[in-house]
Design a protein around this ligand. Structure first.
Ligand SMILES: [Zn+2]
Length: 629
């Protein structure tokens, strides 16, 4: 027997084993064929094959979507649901208590269940992935919209192979690995259900892939789909400017937990506007004409920066209560002031450090955040921590009476809290350490593919203590858990600045007015209206609310003149010297009444002003970290 001959049986056995393992793996792999050729008609068709054994089976539709922090799976968009096995239609029954669960009986001899479903994205209102997501020219497809999976199975342990067909002439971008693509069809590599749901598709007839010149290391790309070719016109130096964002993030965290990173940016006035984070990509949606407008570009910088920071803070490091094994168990939002709040802080910080925002603009935005929160009477009853716990009901809460109800304040208020944490570390260590050191310890580690490391408040406190020993538990208890009528301004003040008001317009207010089609007189009259003069909100305790105006009323006249934003501005300017109150006629239903606003402060906007008695630490905080900058 030759040496070769002795090896042969072993080799044969190995080949056989490999074949059996591959066959077993294939048998365990679910497939989802997504036909998006009718996306412009607002219909997606999905065909799934899910491995199954004979007997009772419950398939579930993803309910709690990572990053959305609520039971927001767009269940109402699922129509035309049919199940089959061995060519026979199966009866299904929705669970009477859990609307997202479908009960089936799998017949003897079957190894799989087939499901056909259509997904009809809404055309009107809706939050996150339950919002409008397709137009004639583009589609953002979140796989959670079109998948079912066996109840109780961890999403890491389920393998899905997806394929996609698009309208003729459309192209696509995604972080999913591609196995093969031809014509209008593409097949993606088998991945865990976790990775599939984490990897949305951006597709459209006008799609540009902008590679960022970041040099060595993982590739970074901004993929942009728009409702028009004109909207894709990039401002000069766009790629070079955005390349500084990954450079600054790398310098801050010291490691990257992705193999490549893609911003999937959709520019349309007809999709829901938000950002949703993923490990290796983000779903970023904003107005069609964003790239052409300076204010909207500043908004874009903070959106892309925020969602990108989530790759570290939110995806790689995640509060244990938000790191659920699959999409059915409820998530616990109590640490969202870290998950979203620290991300909000670092997102603004990196926008400034990478030069996408000027330091002046950063200060305008922080002044606006501080002033808004300092004029939020809801703080008198609701601690910040409760806005995190109640996130799932606050995201979809109405805009009216927001200042009294409070909204998802764990984003913006945490900017102030983390600025103060940074100032505290710098003070405790005589300037030798900062929050950057916390980020390197907490979010850094070894670079590599996506992974999730859950944490608790204890680990946040312990890591801060390693950086700078301090009563961090007490620090957060005072700022997160306690009712506190005034906003936490200690960080701004320790950094050598203070919140002031004057009649110079705040650039952040102007940008937000433009973006949201609103008129904002929050800091003078305590009043915000839409572009037609309908009151969006009033601030309890400030002149508009004190005079009896309330959300939903429509302004008709100001000081005897027809309502226009200019008439309000004129009345504000005159208020400084006029002894009489400002008279506003407003319509509420069928009634029109006149309201007298006893206000004499003129135009009033927040800003940060240097405190000459303290060193300017904030300017240091905003300086670029990346080598060579
Ligand atoms: Zn976020």
């Amino acid at each position: 027997m030759s040496k070769w001959q002795t090896i042969r049986p072993a080799l044969y056995a190995a080949v056989l084993l490999a074949f059996n393992l591959a066959a077993a793996a294939a048998a365990q792999t679910a497939t989802v064929e997504l036909d998006a050729r009718e996306a412009p008609r607002h219909v997606l068709h999905a065909h799934l094959v899910v491995p199954a054994r004979p007997g009772p089976l419950t398939l579930v539709y993803p309910k709690w979507i990572p990053g959305e922090h609520g039971p927001t799976g767009p269940l109402n968009g699922v129509v035309g649901l049919h199940f089959k096995s061995q060519g026979q239609e199966l009866e299904w029954r929705r669970d009477p208590l859990e609307m997202f669960a479908f009960h089936l009986d799998v017949p003897a001899g079957a190894t799989a269940v087939e499901a056909d479903l259509d997904f009809v994205p809404p055309v009107g209102e809706g939050g996150f992935s339950a919002g409008p997501s397709v137009t004639q020219e583009l589609a953002v497809i979140s796989w959670n919209q079109v998948v079912l999976y066996p109840q109780g199975r961890p999403s890491d342990q389920l393998t899905y192979q997806a394929s996609l067909r698009l309208p003729a002439g459309w192209s696509y971008a995604t972080a999913l690995p591609v196995t093969e693509g031809s014509g209008d069809g593409v097949r993606f590599g088998p991945v865990s259900l976790t990775t599939l749901v984490d990897s949305p598709i951006l597709a459209g007839s006008h799609l540009a892939k902008v590679a960022l010149p970041t040099g060595e290391g993982p590739a970074h790309e901004i993929d942009i789909a728009a409702d028009s070719a004109a909207a894709l016109e990039l401002p000069a130096g766009f790629a070079e400017a955005y390349a500084r964002l990954p450079e600054e993030a790398g310098a801050l965290f010291g490691a990257r937990h992705y193999r490549h990173y893609q911003w999937l940016l959709s520019l349309s006035d007809h999709v829901e506007h938000f950002g949703l984070e993923h490990h290796e990509s983000s779903d970023d949606r904003t107005w069609e004409k964003t790239l052409g407008g300076e204010g909207r570009r500043r908004g874009l910088a903070s959106l892309l920066s925020h969602e990108y920071v989530h790759s570290w803070n939110g995806k790689y490091r995640r509060p244990a209560g938000l790191a659920t094994p699959d999409y059915q168990p409820p998530m616990v939002g109590e640490l969202l002031w870290v998950y979203e709040g620290l991300t909000q802080h670092l997102g603004l910080l990196l926008a400034a450090r990478s030069g996408l925002w000027t330091p002046e603009y950063y200060r305008e935005r922080v002044a606006l955040i501080a002033a808004r929160l300092d004029n939020t009477p809801g703080r008198a009853w609701r601690p910040l921590g409760d806005t995190a716990v109640a996130a799932q009901i606050l995201y979809p809460s109405p805009t009216e009476w927001r200042a009294w109800r409070r909204g998802t304040d764990f984003y913006d208020e945490s900017v102030l809290v983390w600025l103060e944490a940074d100032a505290t570390i710098r003070r405790q260590t005589q300037g030798s350490r900062s929050l950057d050191d916390f980020c390197r310890r907490f979010h850094g580690g070894q670079s590599g593919p996506p992974a999730v490391h859950p944490y608790t408040l204890d680990e946040v406190v312990n890591t801060l203590n390693e950086v700078a020993p301090f009563d961090w538990r007490g620090f957060f208890r005072d700022r997160i858990d306690k009712v506190e009528p005034r906003a936490p301004l200690g960080g701004i003040e320790a950094d050598g600045w203070r919140l002031v008001y004057n009649d110079t317009p705040n650039q952040g207010v102007k940008d937000q007015e433009e973006q949201n089609d609103r008129h904002d007189w929050t800091f003078s009259l305590g009043l915000t209206t839409d572009k037609d003069g309908k009151i969006v909100d009033v601030i309890p305790g400030l002149p508009a609310a004190q005079a009896g105006l309330s959300p939903g009323m429509k302004l008709m006249a100001v000081n005897g003149r027809n309502w226009t934003p200019e008439a309000v501005q004129a009345a504000l300017r005159a208020s400084k010297t006029a002894p009489e109150p400002i008279e506003i006629a407003a319509q509420d239903g069928e009634s029109v009444r006149t309201y007298r606003l006893d206000y004499h402060g003129g135009e009033r906007y927040p800003h940060l002003e240097r405190d000459p008695g303290r060193p300017d630490v904030l300017t240091e905080v905003l300086k670029p970290l990346a080598v060579g900058r």
